[in-house]
Design a protein around this ligand. Structure first.
Ligand SMILES: NC(=O)C1=CN([C@@H]2O[C@H](COP(=O)(O)OP(=O)(O)OC[C@H]3O[C@@H](n4cnc5c(N)ncnc54)[C@H](OP(=O)(O)O)[C@@H]3O)[C@@H](O)[C@H]2O)C=CC1
Ligand SMILES: CC[C@](O)(C(C)=O)C(=O)O
Ligand SMILES: [Mg+2]
Ligand SMILES: [Mg+2]
Length: 343
């Protein structure tokens, strides 16, 4: 079994006395900055002026420009959207790096696909939480954490591994488990997981189930509860105790249906498609497409996003959730959702 490290295995002293610049204050950025600060580390956030800047100030975090934060820090964690990282890196980070600094990522995309080429005289490593940033923050405040992978790309100082582990502990990940990887493994498995299972696979499954019921004449509200709302309750049982725990709680009728019908929906054909998805990731086909889509100002991304936000399951869901005040305010509450072609 792989070696999984926890708080007790990690000495965070190597990071104490160092200045950590968290570049970006979005999903991961706000979580890393606040968790590290509350873990006792010296944090500065690097941003351009705007919404995130105001939020960071409101949260009581020291904020400055990306260039100044980089220049002031010893450890620079880049938590900008992957597609913006190369430009900001070239313009504001690279010119302000000093020999012996640590350049850190939460996802290996830009280094693995050669969009960022770090200088030889800095440490380069990743600390990649295996969960959404808002949950990295929420679980930390609850005394728990989200597991993380760490991987060393370049060890200039000889301290890269210790620094990576201390950083992972600082954001709360060593409460859940920290595991060594490489930039290649993290990049390819993360892209695969989000495309085939966690995000793409799941949303496609939910919509297909919802549409099948609605097209057969069932009420959209019933289809929403069945295919989306209840999924969280089922996933909670999977999270707490795996497949067996979930199957312990559901009826035997459901379990038999799970055994005989699950493989009729997700089967060898699906796995063959998954292998194609993985191949496109490994060969760089996916990365190239995503880079080009951004260079063209995201025409497809924006069109699909608008149409997805207008899907009947989203309209029904908004109505039903508004009548369930016990559901936590969504993390997207402050974000403008694109519906009907306008913001
Ligand atoms: N989202 C997640 O949960 C996970 C993300 N990751 C990785 O973490 C990294 C960050 O992702 P994520 O947290 O989703 O990113 P977000 O999209 O949430 O980052 C948005 C932040 O970046 C800032 N920003 C954007 N462009 C610029 C710019 N040109 N100059 C300065 N600041 C800018 C925004 O500021 P402003 O308000 O000014 O626009 C905002 O603070 C990525 O590498 C991603 O793959 C890894 C694991 C999970
Ligand atoms: C599952 C999506 C993710 O990889 C994540 C939250 O871990 C991401 O890139 O946001
Ligand atoms: Mg991920
Ligand atoms: Mg990802």
């Amino acid at each position: 079994m792989a070696k999984v490290l926890y708080n007790g295995n990690i000495n965070e002293e190597v990071l104490q006395g160092k200045k950590i610049a968290v570049i970006g204050y979005g999903s991961q950025g706000h979580a890393h900055a606040l968790n590290l600060k509350e873990s006792g580390f010296d944090v500065v956030v690097g941003l351009r002026g705007g919404k995130s800047w105001d939020k960071a100030v409101e949260d009581g975090v020291e904020v400055t420009s990306v260039a100044e934060a980089t220049a002031a820090a010893d450890v620079i964690m880049i938590l900008l959207p992957d597609e913006h990282q190369p430009k900001v890196y070239e313009e504001s980070i690279k010119p302000n790096l000093k020999a012996g600094d640590a350049l850190v990522f939460a996802h290996g995309f830009n280094v693995h696909f050669n969009q960022i080429v770090p200088p030889a005289d800095v440490d380069v490593f990743l600390v990649a939480p295996k969960g959404p940033g808002h949950l990295v923050r929420r679980t930390y405040t609850e005394g728990a954490g989200v597991p993380a992978l760490y991987g060393i790309y370049q060890d200039y100082t000889g301290q890269a591994r210790e620094l990576a582990l201390a950083y992972a502990k600082g954001i709360g990940s060593a409460r859940a488990g920290v595991l060594e990887t490489t930039f290649q493994e993290e990049t390819e498995t993360d892209l695969f997981g989000e495309q085939a299972v966690l995000c793409g696979g799941t949303t496609a499954l939910i919509k297909a189930g919802f549409e099948t019921l609605v097209e057969a004449g069932y009420q959209p509200e019933v289809a929403y509860f069945e295919c989306l709302h209840e999924l969280k309750l089922i996933v909670d049982l999977l999270y707490e105790g795996g497949l067996e725990n979930m199957r312990y709680s559901i009826s035997d009728t459901a379990q038999w249906g799970d055994f005989v019908s699950g493989p009729r929906v997700v089967n060898e054909d699906t796995k063959a498609r998954m292998k194609e998805v993985l191949k496109d990731i490994q060969t760089g086909v996916f990365a190239k497409g995503w880079i080009l889509e951004n260079q063209a100002n995201r025409p497809q991304f924006n069109a699909i996003n608008r149409s997805e936000n207008n899907h009947q399951i989203e309209q029904v869901g908004r109505e039903l959730r508004s009548l369930m005040p016990f559901i936590k305010k969504p993390v997207s509450a402050k974000k403008e959702v694109v519906v009907n072609g306008s913001r």
